[in-house]
Design a protein around this ligand. Structure first.
Ligand code: ZDP
Length: 281
């Protein structure tokens, strides 16, 4: 089987994009996605993204497989890459300010191309109830804000936010000192998160500048996480630590995040095409 792909990244969070506009099912199985994402035996990526036909009044459907083959509901860096990818497929000019209506498992998401090459995404509303995260740390109709959680022999104060996918956010003094590789998996697989969780550690530099490191569900340490940056801003506002607009600095670079008065999250950041190729197996 031979399939063409294009490799993109958003702040070093890297994806294999597949033109899947002509069939309703992803061209790869989750097992094939694991192989393609492998950095030694495959192409190498944090996930595979399929640009599928639209449904329910949308232009396209996005589906994504993590590098472990699991399927998340949404992907913030990935949807910026997806918007650039479909614009290229359509032959849009580089300066087009096209907005796309993209159907995802987290609902309707609206990326807009910017003339400077960045992409601004209307990420929709955050979900805060425990049943929506999902988490069993508190009662289903309660929020998880500054909640004590025992992980790796320590008690952390966590705040949970869903951007369609689950996030568990902890504010720390020094983000560089967090032993992410050791404790990330223990948060991800904590029994309080039945769908597992993405895990972010945040250092507040100022009310509008946050420094973040992430352990992603199904992908491990990555250089950036768009849904995580949005969830982090919400957690910062809920706990009185930051303003409703901030720069979030990730290992791969910065995202601009805004939580509007209508409660929608807007994320602006780059999406970079790297190379294209053909995978044979
Ligand atoms: O929720 C999950 O399982 C994540 N690993 C999905 C990917 C999130 C991503 N890093 C982002 O930018 O939102 C792509």
């Amino acid at each position: 089987m031979t399939i063409e792909f294009v490799k993109y990244h958003g702040l070093g969070n890297d994806f294999i994009l597949i033109d899947n506009r002509h069939t309703v099912d992803p061209l790869l199985s989750p097992e094939q996605a694991v192989l393609w994402c492998d950095r030694h035996f495959g192409i190498g990526a944090d996930g595979v993204i399929f640009a599928l036909p639209g449904q329910a009044d949308t232009d396209y459907t996005m589906r994504i497989f993590n590098s472990d083959g699991s399927e998340p509901e949404m992907c913030g860096n990935g949807i910026r890459c997806m918007a650039r990818f479909v614009a290229d497929l359509e032959g849009q000019t580089a300066t087009s300010e096209q907005t796309y209506r993209i159907h995802t498992l987290a609902g309707l998401i609206l990326p807009q191309l910017q003339a400077d090459g960045k992409v601004t995404v209307d990420m929709g509303l955050p979900r805060l109830l425990a049943s929506e995260i999902p988490t069993t740390l508190v009662a289903p109709d309660e929020k998880v804000v500054n909640q004590p959680l025992a992980v790796a022999g320590q008690t952390w104060e966590v705040t949970c936010v869903s951007m369609g996918n689950p996030h568990c956010i902890t504010f720390v003094e020094d983000v560089a000192a967090v032993p992410l590789e050791a404790i990330g998996p223990q948060f991800e697989h904590h029994p309080g998160f039945p769908q597992r969780t993405n895990t972010e550690f945040i250092q507040v530099i100022s009310r509008n500048y946050l420094k973040m490191r992430v352990w992603e569900r199904g992908a491990g340490i990555t250089l950036a996480c768009g849904t995580g940056a949005c969830a982090t801003l919400v957690a910062g506002v809920l706990t009185g630590r930051c303003d409703r607009r901030a720069t979030v600095e990730l290992p791969g670079g910065c995202l601009d995040i805004q939580w509007s008065d209508e409660q929608r999250l807007y994320m602006t950041g780059p999406a970079q095409r790297v190379f294209s190729g053909r995978f044979e197996q």
